[in-house]
Design a protein around this ligand. Structure first.
Ligand code: SAM
Length: 293
């Protein structure tokens, strides 16, 4: 069942952010990102600009590379054999994991995005060794329970791990609750986990003036994502507890393991770097959630 607000909303207006993210990730070590950025830019040439001296830009790139790694870290210690990624955008985690591991991975996003992603996937798959696992790519509006169920029914019986990054800040509280209810129902039946990197905290003041007034920033402001962020980690934990989830584990960010950190350091004013090193307030967390007992 869809609430009226989600049934009437055009979620495809969020999809352009996925391409912006891919072009940024083309400057990181995320598997397939540079090649996918090249493919999506055709007929133009994607030329990564590592000389760019722009602290706010590199801070974002490091953040997105780290966020991707945080989800992977929480997957690695449970080694799930069934993974469903929601709102995957132009991310190719499913390609990487299914190539290397015996996993059934279903990669999903809205229909138009999946249609645009399919040729990229085919191009990236050409020349790879035979996959150890199985990868499917399917259109899915994550707020449509019937469609969601049709996707989860594609997995063999057994626990399921659902993952997402970069979605919850586009959903208002009602929509977040709707998604929680769908995931809760699925996990109640099958067992498993929900890994979400979307524990973003409201923090406008700290970054005011720091982030570039670029296309992404204008997009985020137009979508009023700050309104959809959590007031604090405690408020986020309370929200998920109210929806029947508890935190199983929190990822530990390791910015030192990102490729992009070197470019951030090269473009950072000394006082800003010091501020960062002395541990500013967290703006985001990645949690592995399980059903509350
Ligand atoms: C900021 S992008 C993040 C993409 C990717 N996860 C990443 O981190 O690179 C947000 C994605 O959410 C998708 N999206 C928005 N609303 C959605 C919905 N209701 N169901 C599924 N995906 C949705 C968009 O199409 C877009 O790809």
């Amino acid at each position: 069942m869809n609430s009226d607000s989600s049934a009437n909303r055009d979620y495809a207006t969020i999809s352009p952010s996925a391409k912006v993210l891919l072009l940024m990730k083309g400057h990181t070590g995320i598997p397939f990102a540079r090649e996918a950025a090249r493919l999506i830019s055709l007929p133009d040439h994607f030329i990564p600009d590592f000389e760019r001296k722009d602290f706010g830009y590199w801070a974002r790139v490091v953040h997105f590379e780290s966020r991707y790694q945080q989800v992977n870290a929480l997957l690695a210690d449970i080694q799930p054999s069934h993974i469903l990624e929601l709102s995957s955008g132009f991310s190719f985690r499913g390609l990487q994991l299914s190539t290397e591991q015996e996993v059934h991975f279903i990669d999903t996003d809205l229909p138009d995005l999946i249609a645009a992603k399919r040729p990229l996937l085919e191009a990236l798959q050409a020349g790879l060794p035979e996959a150890k696992g199985k990868l499917e790519m399917q259109p899915l509006n994550a707020l449509h329970e019937t469609d969601f169920r049709a996707i989860t029914d594609r997995f063999a019986p057994g626990p399921l791990t659902i993952i997402n990054e970069g979605l919850l800040m586009y959903l208002n509280t009602e929509e977040k609750k709707q998604l929680c209810a769908i995931i809760r129902n699925v996990l109640q039946e099958r067992g498993g986990y929900w890994i979400t990197a979307d524990i973003y905290l409201k923090d406008e003041a700290r970054f005011a003036g720091l982030l570039p007034k670029d296309e992404l920033q204008q997009f985020l402001e137009a979508h009023r994502i700050d309104d959809n962020k959590f007031d604090s980690l405690e408020a986020a934990a309370d929200f998920f507890r109210g929806e029947g989830f508890e935190i199983d584990r929190e990822a530990e960010p390791d910015f030192g393991s990102t490729d992009a950190l070197q470019y951030l350091v090269a473009s950072a004013p000394a006082e800003l770097l010091e501020q960062l090193q002395n541990g500013g307030r967290r703006i985001q967390a990645t949690w592995r959630l399980k059903l509350a007992e």
